[in-house]
Design a protein around this ligand. Structure first.
Ligand SMILES: [Zn+2]
Length: 322
C-alpha cells in the first residue's frame, strides 16, 4: 500500500449517485454527482461513472486498491449480488453487481446495503470512531439502518440484519411494500408522511396545509407538512407529533434489542425534524429500558451527499481488515 492508495467508492441512490475517490483518512479527493438513471441501463451508468472517476485518479497518479458500493437494498452476503427487493431501483434486482464490477475493473469489489456502508463510514471517519457498539437509523424516502456490534457489522443470515425500518410497531397498521404492515417506515418515511397527510386532508380539506398546497393534495409532500406544522397548522403539527413518537419507539427497539453506546438518527426527514429531536428522545426514553438508554448517546446527524462516498469507502477498509 502506498500513501497514494485510495478507494473508489459509489453511493448509489434512488435518484442520485455519488462516486468518488477517498483516502484512508476519509478525505474525499475526487467526487462526482450524477443522476442514477441515464439514457441507457442503470448498471451501465454506474460502470461508466466508476470508470470516469477511476481515470481521473489514474491521471493524478493515485492507486485504486478496491471498489466499494452502497446500494439501497439487501445484498446477498459474500457475493455482492443484489437481492430481489430493491424498492427504489427495481431494475437492479438480482443483479450480480460484485462479480460484474470485479470482471470489469479487475479490483477487489465490495457491495453492501447503503445504510450499512453509511454506518461503517461513521465508524471509521465520523461520530462513531472508536465505538464498538452503535446503530444508525436513516429516515428519508425509505428507512434503513446499520448496526455494528462488538466492532462487527451485523448482516444476519441472508443480508436482512438490522432492517429496523421494518419492525412492526402497529399490529393492524399501514400496509408496507415489504409485505408486512404497521412497519416503522410506514409512519415516518417522507412519502408516508405525505400519504398520511393526504388521508387526513381528504376527511378535513381545510387549514394552513391545505392552503399551502393550493387545495391540490398532489402538492402535499413531507416538507410542506413540516413547514405547515412549524407555522402552527393543527393537522400538520399533530402528524409531526406522531412521527416523533414513532421515531422514538423505533429507536427504543434498537436500544432494547442491542444496548448500543450510540444511536445516530440521520436522513432527510430526521434533518427536517432536527428541532424536534429532544421530543423524539423523550419518546425514546418513554419506551426503552432505563438501564439501556442511560448507556446510549443519541445524536441527530446531517448528511452531505458530497461526502456520502465515505461510507462505501469505509466498507472496503472494513472488508480488507484495515
Ligand atoms: Zn415494512
Amino acid at each position: 500500500m502506498s500513501d497514494k492508495s485510495v478507494i473508489l467508492a459509489a453511493d448509489v441512490g434512488g435518484t442520485t449517485t455519488s462516486v468518488g475517490l477517498v483516502d484512508h483518512q476519509g478525505e474525499v479527493l475526487t467526487q462526482r454527482l450524477a443522476s442514477t438513471r441515464g439514457n441507457g441501463l442503470t448498471i451501465e451508468r454506474i460502470v461508466s461513472l466508476l470508470g470516469e472517476v477511476k481515470r481521473e485518479g489514474d491521471r493524478q497518479g493515485l492507486e485504486v486498491e478496491g471498489i466499494g458500493i452502497g446500494i439501497p437494498g439487501a445484498i446477498e452476503k459474500g457475493t455482492g449480488r443484489i437481492g430481489p427487493e430493491i424498492h427504489n431501483l427495481p431494475e437492479l434486482a438480482n443483479l450480480p453487481l460484485g462479480r460484474l464490477l470485479t470482471e470489469r475493473f479487475s479490483l477487489p469489489v465490495f457491495v453492501d446495503n447503503d445504510v450499512n456502508a453509511l454506518a461503517l463510514g461513521e465508524g471509521y471517519f465520523g461520530v462513531a470512531r472508536g465505538i464498538q457498539n452503535f446503530a444508525l437509523l436513516a429516515v428519508g424516502t425509505g428507512v434503513g439502518s446499520g448496526v455494528v456490534v462488538n466492532g462487527k457489522l451485523v448482516r444476519g443470515a441472508s443480508g436482512y440484519g438490522s432492517e429496523f425500518g421494518h419492525v412492526p410497531l402497529n399490529l393492524d397498521g399501514r400496509p408496507c411494500f415489504c409485505g408486512s404492515q404497521g412497519c416503522l417506515k410506514t409512519y415516518v418515511s417522507g412519502p408516508d408522511v405525505a400519504a398520511q397527510a393526504h388521508e387526513r386532508l381528504r376527511d378535513r380539506p381545510s387549514g394552513l396545509l391545505w392552503e399551502l398546497a393550493g387545495g391540490d393534495p398532489q402538492r402535499v409532500d413531507a416538507e410542506l407538512v413540516f413547514q405547515a406544522a412549524k407555522a402552527g397548522d393543527p393537522l400538520a403539527a399533530g402528524l409531526v407529533e406522531e412521527v416523533c413518537r414513532y421515531l422514538g419507539a423505533g429507536m427504543a427497539v434498537i436500544i432494547n434489542g442491542l444496548n448500543p453506546e450510540l444511536v445516530i438518527l440521520t436522513g432527510g426527514v430526521a434533518e427536517s425534524l432536527r428541532e424536534h429531536f429532544p421530543e423524539i428522545c423523550r419518546w425514546c426514553h418513554r419506551y426503552a429500558f432505563a438501564g439501556a438508554i442511560s448507556a446510549a448517546k443519541l445524536v441527530c446527524l446531517s448528511q452531505d451527499k458530497r461526502t456520502s462516498v465515505r461510507g462505501p469507502a469505509a466498507l472496503v477498509l472494513y472488508e480488507l481488515g484495515k
